[in-house]
Design a protein around this ligand. Structure first.
Ligand code: PEP
Length: 252
């Protein structure tokens, strides 16, 4: 089936305010008219600015994380309610940097996912194996465990609102990209897992690939029938590259 391709940029802890403004100025000068779905997840503090700059360009705005609680004594956390209140469209949950640096485990990620979905945020749930896990032949086992734990007890209606992002840890920020075959077989596995284990019609589920995606490799990756888009770090920071990624994704 044909799904509209998706390009979501994850800016991580990059871009100062001046750079944010320059990015959107440049982007608007390219007069974007994409057929794909485009989005950017900036640092939390820049979300209001990005919301005001991105709307007219048809770029959705996302968060890089969301709390597992609505409110209360959780110093430093950001409530999913505050995100929807601001007009944020999506949030990443379970990015490998959150898992490894901030030690967010499957149970916490499951709580975050359920709460964000309850409040109507689109969740981009990130999963992926390390190089060691791949080398030891455990890729599918790792993916299956992350899916089983992360999506535990989710209603079918919630699964409809979830995007999966397969991001092999060894490909994130390394310049090493999974081949379309490597990425594609994991995407197909994810789609089949959803179909078999959750009895959910996953043909509609958007599954993104992330890991050193650039304008010159995105077309080949997106040509795989189970790769519905890309979650892009480094190459989403420059307006020219982001526009080129979206132009490529609009060819489908
Ligand atoms: C990411 O951070 O989600 C990512 C895929 O980064 P990069 O594109 O830089 O590898």
């Amino acid at each position: 089936m044909t799904r509209k391709k998706v390009i979501y940029g994850n800016w991580k802890m990059n871009q100062n305010l001046a750079e944010v403004r320059t990015f959107f100025n440049e982007l608007s000068s390219f007069k974007p008219d994409w057929k794909c779905v485009a989005g950017i997840a900036p640092q939390f503090i820049h979300i209001p600015e990005v919301l005001s700059l991105a709307g007219s360009l048809n770029v959705k705005v996302g968060a890089q994380n969301a709390s597992h609680k609505n409110n209360g004594a959780f110093t430093g956390d950001i409530s999913p309610l505050s995100l929807t209140d601001m007009g944020v469209h999506f949030t990443l949950i379970g990015h490998s940097e959150r898992r490894s640096i901030f030690k967010e485990d499957d149970e916490l990620l499951n709580e975050k996912t359920k709460l964000a979905l309850t409040h109507g945020l689109e969740v981009v749930f990130c999963i992926g194996e390390t190089l060691e896990q791949r080398k030891s032949g455990n890729t599918f086992k790792v993916i299956e465990t992350q899916l089983a734990n992360g999506l535990k007890d989710l209603e079918k209606s919630s699964l409809k609102k979830i995007i999966l992002a397969y991001e092999p840890v060894w490909a994130i920020g390394t310049g090493v990209t999974a081949t379309p075959k490597q990425a594609g077989e994991v995407h197909t596995f994810i789609r089949n897992y959803l179909k078999e284990k959750t009895n959910f019609d996953s043909e509609e589920t958007v599954i993104l690939y992330g890991g050193s995606v650039k304008p010159d490799n995105v077309f080949e990756l997106l040509s795989h029938e189970d790769i519905d888009g890309a979650l892009v770090g480094g190459a989403s920071l420059k307006a020219r590259d982001f526009a080129d990624l979206c132009n490529e994704a609009s060819k489908f």
